[in-house]
Each structure stands twice: as structure tokens, then as C-alpha cells.
Design a binder for this molecule. Structure first.
Ligand code: NI
Length: 166
């Protein structure tokens, strides 16, 4: 396994529509292993193949049990509810935005052997499914937000939220 370099906003890989995976071979398995290692190393919760310069429909998501879910050719097949909250991206370092997403998201995808499965989750992981799958069509979360927050503004936002919750 090896760490892959994460490209940042401005790189054309992040604006391209990724191609469907048809070969579930050792090369794909190496990509998945490297993406998982890169995700853990970065401290993020999701990573899509175009973020490491590979224009294929592949992403990895870490759920709230710290399990890595490998999604190949994923599609969102059902959503429920709504959540509005902070979102960031490893390819847009140091910037955060308020984005509204469905609260529950169900995804149909293939695993590393090409077998179809469905997975459903809520909250942060549901948000992550939406975010990563959008990367595969060349979209970034910044398209859903009016204003990006810097690190300092983010701290202020979190402070306000905590005060509201008290
Ligand atoms: Ni992202």
C-alpha cells in the first residue's frame, strides 16, 4: 500500500466525469487499498478516486464505526429528510461551507469483486455519500454553498452553535 497525493481545487481531475469501472482486478484493489490508507492518513471521512488523479467511479467512505466502505460505480437510490451543516473537502483545504443534504441516504454500488450491494446510513456518513459520489461527476461541495468559511470563521461558527445548544 502507498499514500497517494491528493489534488486540490484548480486541478482539472476534479471537474471531469469519471468512467465506470468494468475490470475488478488487482489494479483496482491496489487503488482501493491506497485510497483507504490515504484517507486514514489525511484524517478525513471520505475520498474519491479523482481526488488522487484517477478518473474512475470509485470512492471510499469511513462510517461512524470507523469502518471503510468501498463504493465502486455507486448510485444514490433513495434519500429521506434533510440536514444542514458544515462540510469540507480534502481537495479544498482549510475551507468549510454550510451545505444542506438529505439526512438518510441509500446507495447501490459494487464491491471490489464486482458484486452489487446496498448500504444505507444517516447523518455525517449520509452527507459523505452525497459528497463523494458528486466528485465522480466533477462536482465540489463549494457549488452548494454561498460562502466559504476560513478556519477562524469556522471556530466562531462552532462557538455560536455550542452557545445555542446550551
Ligand atoms: Ni471532497
Amino acid at each position: 500500500m502507498a499514500l497517494r497525493k491528493i489534488v486540490v481545487q484548480g486541478d482539472e481531475c476534479l471537474t471531469k466525469k469519471c468512467r465506470v469501472v468494468t475490470d475488478f482486478n488487482a489494479r483496482l484493489h491496489m487503488l482501493l487499498d491506497d485510497m483507504a490508507e490515504t484517507l486514514v492518513d489525511s484524517g478525513g471521512v471520505g475520498l474519491a478516486a479523482p481526488q488522487v488523479g484517477v478518473l474512475r467511479r470509485v470512492c471510499v467512505v469511513m462510517n461512524e464505526d470507523d469502518e471503510i466502505i468501498e463504493l465502486i460505480n455507486p448510485e444514490i437510490i433513495a434519500t429521506e429528510g434533510e440536514q444542514t451543516g458544515l462540510e469540507g473537502c480534502l481537495s479544498v483545504p482549510g475551507k468549510y461551507g454550510i451545505v444542506t443534504r438529505p439526512y438518510i441516504v441509500r446507495v447501490r454500488a459494487q464491491d471490489r469483486n464486482g458484486d452489487y450491494f446496498e448500504v444505507e446510513d444517516e447523518g455525517l456518513t449520509a452527507r459523505c455519500f452525497c459528497h463523494e459520489i458528486e466528485h465522480l461527476d466533477g462536482h465540489l461541495f463549494v457549488e452548494h454553498t454561498d460562502r466559504l468559511l476560513s478556519g477562524e470563521e469556522l471556530e466562531e461558527f462552532i462557538r455560536q452553535q455550542e452557545e445555542e445548544d446550551e
